[in-house]
Design a protein around this ligand. Sequence first.
Ligand code: IPE
Ligand code: IPE
Ligand code: MG
Length: 230
Amino acid sequence: MTYGARHVAIIMDGNGRWAVSRGQPRPYGHRAGVEALRRIVRAAPGLGIEYLSVYAFSTENWKRPPEEVETLMDLLVEYLRSEIEELDREQVKIIFLGDERAMPPRCRREMESASARTARNQGLVLAIAVNYGGRDEIVRAVRRILEDPETAAEIDEETFGELLDTAGMPDPDLVIRPSGELRLSNFLLWQSAYAEIYATPVLWPDFDEAELRRALEQFQLRDRRYGGHA
Ligand code: IPE
Ligand code: IPE
Ligand code: MG
């Protein structure tokens, strides 16, 4: 079954509230969030999704207590270690969005190994956004342009897009925000110019294939005009 959404981007939000509502500490929710990610990555190819971008850690999330940041970094390493066999077997290509330079070395090692191992895979592209901020991404691209002033005059929307972390990827068709919030929180700002937005009160750890189908069904009903006539 395909819904015409090639690139789906998900802001994986609501882990903390999910845990607290169960009288558990926030890391418990982050663990459950990883399970939701596993489910969605497995379901995506069967729903016609070719690119799945998931927001795992924002440039602003460093403001959280150090123990929580530590848990999130540990979970990234754990997820990559435990899933890499299956993802590779399923032809998933793993890439990362964000400035990896600020990531702890143990994460960077695992990230480099996962992307190198799956670089030639032809299936779903799984883009994991860690230390990612849409504004930071744009500033990094501008800095690269300034390093090479000769090409600066030739910059247009297309060439600028190729300097972003999502180079080579189509823009997201659908951005999903669980947890009831109605904001982008600095995710894929440039790329989401004409994305359809789907928000749901469901918290990320409760998100499953049925929820994803619901979002895609809603997407199918949208009339994408891109500024053209009705
Ligand atoms: C999303 O869940 C995980 C990250 C932002 C890393 P939260 O931790 O933001 O959960 P809530 O929003 O507090 O419920
Ligand atoms: C967005 O969630 C970032 C991720 C899911 C990684 P946040 O919980 O950080 O966003 P705000 O603070 O509610 O905007
Ligand atoms: Mg949140």
